[in-house]
Design a protein around this ligand. Structure first.
Ligand code: AHR
Length: 547
């Protein structure tokens, strides 16, 4: 049977959601939840977002302006705010990304009509789609969206700002003054007055500050030793104005263990004492079989992909678990008490150009059920490592890389990734529990050689008597008959919600905004609901009431 038809048949067969236990045949997979083995609290901050002045993220995506025909609240796209709010977004990172290390925060202050226009960091990027107007705010930033506009956006959405400070092209003094502009008491200083004139008399109370971004690359091409020295200079004695600052160091690119070790050794105790979080960046893309090392060609297509690219992309994302544990162990060599936690402040799928929602949406891409599985498995990893990961930010919120929203003029839709975040909100603030997954690995071909990926995995958390279990099945063909075993508690009822589609390439668009949506099953009483069929390429959430 052709693969696509097998995928359809398997997905259809799985629609019942749970199966009757048969004494003659045990389920092929098992997911055990160990209620008595807590890992740590699931920080709401792991469900964070990232907004960069990049293509259509800010201008059009979020900021439409107060005079716009698009429904807005104080210039911010209303529909986006309303939908984001439903996710409890905890914190949102801004203004970059690479953009941050070229940005002068003062440009985004004062009367909007008087703010300077500046050439955006991304103006010369090779990825701009043909036909993009190269004269708009995506290229010549009007600075209409500055610190207070962003802070208001966060407030409207129910989250906190997480600012990335410029370490490459501004001084420590500028950084401290940005903190003063944000946090100093009303009327206390000239910068507090400037904030007041910008419409925010009371302090913004900004706690999270990134000290540079990708300082090994676009943030200055530093060595870890050089960056450690800069980090100390930027963070020594910086006042918080009543706010206990959570300072985040620019950590490694993926598996660069040496960046972590050398920074931690060089920063010394005084540097490490300032370090609340250590940023790890890991993107997942298809490497095209060594044919090219070109930055763009090396990536795969968001919509056109076969089984090899499907599995390879998910395997890339699944590396996150090893990255977290390896960097954590190295951090422990000099910080045995683990005062500093990991902050995965850029993660997600990165596909090649060609599926942008509109021409000005540089690095914009479509988002299929494959991306939803990638989001589900990544968030599950963060929950499983709740003791290590204090914060995470998917890149990026709207019209860019692994977005939750596509938005252009008056058109708007939620992506499958949005729906995965909605399923996961139930974990926020819960106690992560240890899980043990047993499932046959999925075999596939990588460049004609056999390769494999995990067969089924998930994460669990407990709040009062409500257990939340999230599960991903990455297989394109196999429905996974699974026994979910809750060790240490009885089960009253189970409610399942699943995101999948009959075709893994399914996605939402402005023309078909509801093509992919989660489906909620009727609750099942007692443990019977824990015998489940997880359909191919799916993300499922079980909410289990314990007795
Ligand atoms: O998210 C896009 C870019 O990826 C960010 O600006 C940068 O930090 C990373 O390399």
């Amino acid at each position: 049977m052709p693969k696509r038809r097998r995928f359809l048949a398997a997905a259809a067969g799985a629609s019942a959601g749970f199966f009757a236990a048969r004494s003659s045949r045990a389920a092929e997979c098992r997911l055990e939840v160990l209620v008595d083995e807590p890992i740590g609290t699931v920080a709401p901050e792991i469900y964070g977002h990232f907004v960069e002045h990049l293509g259509g993220v800010v201008y059009d995506g979020i900021w439409v302006g107060e005079g716009s025909k698009v429904a807005n609240v104080a210039g911010v796209r209303k529909e986006l705010v309303d939908q984001l709010k439903r996710l409890g977004p905890s914190q949102i990172r801004w203004p970059g990304g690479c953009f941050a290390d070229q940005y002068d925060w003062r440009d985004g202050t004062g009367p909007r009509e008087k703010r300077p226009r500046r050439t955006n960091f991304w103006a010369g990027a090779p990825e701009w789609p043909a036909g993009a107007s190269r004269g708009g705010p995506q290229v010549y930033d009007t600075n209409a969206f500055g610190t207070v506009e962003f802070a208001r956006f966060c407030r409207l959405a129910g989250g906190s700002p997480y600012f990335a400070a410029n370490l490459r092209s501004l001084s420590p003094h500028d950084f401290w003054q940005w903190v003063e502009y944000c946090n100093s008491p009303a009327g206390s200083t000239t910068l507090a007055d400037l904030r007041g004139q910008d419409g925010e008399r009371e302090p913004l109370g900004v706690r999270y500050w990134g000290v540079g971004n990708e300082s090994w690359g676009c943030g200055g091409n530093f060595t870890p030793e050089e960056y450690a020295t800069e980090f100390r200079r930027y963070t020594a004695w910086v006042p918080g104005y009543g706010q206990k600052l959570a300072l985040v160091g620019s950590g490694p690119n993926g598996d660069d263990i040496s960046w972590t070790r050398r920074f931690f050794e060089t920063a010394g105790r005084s540097g490490r004492n300032q370090l609340w979080g250590w940023a790890l960046h890991h993107y997942s893309w298809n490497v095209s079989s060594g044919r090219t090392t070109n930055w763009m060609e090396g990536k795969g297509d968001a919509l056109q992909f076969g089984p090899e690219q499907h599995y390879e992309l998910l395997a890339e994302a699944d590396k996150m678990e090893g990255l977290i544990t390896r960097h954590w162990n190295v951090m422990g060599e000099t910080d045995p008490a683990h005062k500093t936690k990991l902050v995965v402040d850029e993660w997600g799928a990165w596909h090649k150009p060609g599926t942008e929602p509109f021409a000005e949406a540089l690095l914009g891409q479509q988002n299929t059920v494959r991306d939803a599985v990638l989001a589900g498995l990544s968030l599950d990893i963060f929950v499983r490592h709740a003791d290590k990961v204090a914060m995470a930010n998917v890149a990026q919120l709207v019209n860019c890389l692994q977005s939750l929203f596509l938005a252009h003029e008056d058109k708007f839709c939620l992506t499958p990734t949005y729906h995965v975040f909605a399923l996961h909100t139930a974990h926020q603030g819960g106690r992560a529990l240890r899980t043990l997954a047993t499932a046959p690995r999925v075999s596939y071909s990588r460049n004609g050689q056999s390769a494999s990926l995990y067969g089924l995995n998930g994460a669990a958390s407990l709040k009062d008597k409500r257990l939340v279990v999230t599960v991903t099945n990455p297989s394109l063909e196999m429905t996974r008959e699974t026994e979910v075993v809750v060790r240490g508690a009885g089960v009253r009822s189970v409610q399942a919600t699943t995101l999948t589609a009959t075709d893994v390439h399914a996605h939402n668009s402005f023309a078909a905004p509801r093509a992919v949506e989660p489906r909620e099953d009727a609750p099942v009483a007692g443990p019977a609901g824990l015998l489940r069929r997880f359909p191919p390429a799916s993300v499922t959430r079980l909410v289990v009431d314990l007795s």
